[in-house]
Design a protein around this ligand. Structure first.
Ligand code: NFE
Ligand code: MG
Length: 578
């Protein structure tokens, strides 16, 4: 008989996620993903001025900050037929690029690494050997034996005090931790360095958008006027500071994140065959270089891969009522008028919360009925995985040489077959590979911006449609982007100058949703099937695969239920919720 275990809350993620997994003969045979919190942002923006919506929806999440604002202004611009000036497009790209660097590096070191790195074991390391390893894989300057010895003393103090602080409650000593002590020490050092580093790269947002998180956006452009010689606005000194931050960000990614990722991955190649998932991958594409209307100019391409077949890439149409639909059959929402088994295109979507789950405290979710506050999106009825791996696979399938070279380089470095991409290891590697690509592109975007300014174009906003009396009586639009966790789109309907309906289908909604009306699992649930669990009381393997998706439940469910106490049957690791 299968044994049902509960991991609640899954920590080192954003938001509140519960996983129930059935284990038989040491392997997961079934799994259920549930978001136990609910937010009402789609409802809050109804009736508001569409030009203000970005500021509300951006608060969906403080982790993938900016992307909901970006997607919202794009949706409104689409509805009203507004094209933004090239400078605004580049500033948007640079801000999004800085987000990728920040978000992915923080995920790697502070959310995911401790699934693979044994902090306590780092105390057994010989700092001299760690130094040799560090110098053999990177030219990063902080690599002397003395440096690693000092780091070891800091960790020793933590351990001796009995207060591990941010390192409390980890699976230290778990039999599936495979790194030599010296590599553990290297990773701990870089965990601490990354904490320092991450506060620098986000200054790019402060310079262009006033602050981080939640920098300012603007329908029609960006809210940062160029003023080359003045003290106010975007002047030469501030632009040079952006360039410095981007170069330093790239250096950390090239010399610390990527070498660490490859070094750690080389000890966990077996994870190239675990966590396969649904096998369908979707990317909306992003980082336009010639206007958002010109999909062919995007750095990340749009497309869909089905059944892991990279030889054919299908197109995505956000406007077609036959493609993207959301189902609520297994979610705590009122059924649509058409019935339990019907989905709705987001322009016709509804958010009517109806909690029918068990009253806390409860042992298990009622999986026969509704079991999550996440809706279930589908493309042509199929479950999709979205995220870094989906982006790279779509680019690979579309013949993008730059992406193919990067992916092939990592595969040959690790000496693993292409099939290893479709896995927990593949997801984690893809995130690092794309961070490096995006760091390079962001410097290109910066050069394009500077050249444009030098050529005399200082436009940052298009205010032609700023006056609502110029708008049609009714309009609808869709905005999309590739958020760090994957394909993100917002659908808006505007009527009488107000927001009539607003629906957001976000990356973690695609990946973390409950089953659809046909009983098909979504990406998290499917990826857990077949995963070996060495000790059901210490389900490290579950969090390895779930963390490989970098969950964000705040985004996925878009008010916290004050009655929603959790039952923690399996104690997880210290939370780094933001
Ligand atoms: Ni809150 Fe988000 C990203 C969006 S959700 S983190 O990236 O959109 O999956
Ligand atoms: Mg939604």
């Amino acid at each position: 008989m299968a044994n049902r275990i509960v991991v609640d809350p899954i920590t080192r993620i954003e938001g509140h996620l519960r996983i129930e997994a059935e284990i038989k003969d040491g392997k997961i045979v079934d799994a259920f993903s549930s978001s136990t919190m609910v937010r009402g942002i789609e409802s809050i923006v109804k009736g508001r001025d569409p030009r203000d919506v970005w500021a509300f929806v951006q608060r969906t999440c403080g982790v993938c900050t900016t992307v909901h604002a970006l997607t919202s202004v794009r949706a409104v611009e689409d509805a009203l037929g507004i094209a933004v000036p090239p400078n605004a497009e580049m500033v948007r790209n640079i801000m999004e690029g800085a987000l990728y660097m920040h978000d992915h590096a923080v995920h790697f070191y502070h959310l995911h690494a401790l699934d693979w790195v044994d902090i306590v074991n780092a105390l057994k390391a010989d700092p001299k050997k760690t130094s040799e390893i560090a110098q053999s894989i990177s030219s990063w300057s902080k690599s002397s034996p003395g440096y690693f010895s000092d780091i070891q003393k800091r960790v020793q103090k933590f351990v001796e005090s009995g207060q591990l602080g941010i390192f409390a409650n980890g699976y230290w000593g778990h039999p599936k931790m495979k790194l030599p002590a010296e590599v553990n020490l290297l990773a701990v050092a870089h965990y601490l360095e990354a904490l320092e580093w991450q506060k620098e790269i986000v200054k790019v947002h402060s310079i262009f958008g006033g602050k981080n998180p939640h920098p300012n956006y603007l329908v029609g452009g960006m809210a940062c006027a160029i003023n080359s010689d003045g003290a106010g606005g975007l002047n030469a000194e501030r632009l040079m500071h952006v360039q410095k931050l981007l170069k330093e960000g790239k250096e950390f990614i090239d010399k610390v994140y990527i070498p660490d990722l490859l070094a750690i991955a080389s000890f966990y190649k077996d994870w190239g065959a675990i966590g396969k998932g649904v096998g369908n991958y979707m990317s909306y594409g992003d980082f336009p270089t010639n206007g958002y209307a010109d999909l062919s100019s995007f750095k990340f391409q749009q497309g869909i891969i089905l059944d892991r077949d990279l030889s054919k890439v299908h197109d995505v149409d956000h406007r077609s009522t036959d493609e993207i639909e959301e189902f609520v059959n297994n979610s705590w929402y009122d059924n649509y008028a058409e019935g339990k088994d019907k989905g709705r295109h987001p322009w016709e979507g509804e958010t009517n919360i109806k909690y029918t789950g068990p009253k806390p405290p409860y042992e298990h979710l009622n999986i026969e009925e509704a079991y999550s506050f996440i809706k279930t999106p589908r493309w042509k009825g199929k479950p999709m995985e979205v995220g870094p791996l989906a982006r790279l696979l779509v680019g690979y399938g579309r013949g993008n040489k730059e992406i193919q070279d990067s992916v092939n380089g990592a595969l040959s470095h690790l000496n693993v077959p292409v099939d290893a991409l479709f896995s927990t290891l593949g997801r984690t590697a893809a995130r690092g590979i794309e961070t490096q690509l995006v760091a390079n592109w962001t410097l290109e975007f910066f050069d394009t911006l500077m050249n444009n300014i030098k050529n005399g174009d200082e436009r940052m906003a298009n205010t032609d449609s700023w006056e609502p009396s110029s708008w049609p009586k009714e309009a609808k639009g869709v905005g999309f982007c590739e958020a760090p966790r994957g394909a993100l789109a917002h659908w808006i309907k505007i009527k009488d100058e107000k927001t009539e309906n607003y629906q957001m289908v976000v990356p973690s909604t695609w990946n973390a949703s409950p089953r659809d009306s046909k009983g098909q699992r979504s990406a998290y649930e499917e990826a857990l099937i077949g995963t070996p669990v060495a000790d059901p009381n210490l389900p490290l393997e579950i969090i390895r695969t779930i963390h490989s998706f970098d969950p964000c439940l705040a985004c996925a469910v878009h008010l916290y239920d004050e009655h929603g106490k959790h039952i923690s049957q399996v104690q997880n690791i210290a939370s780094c919720d933001s």
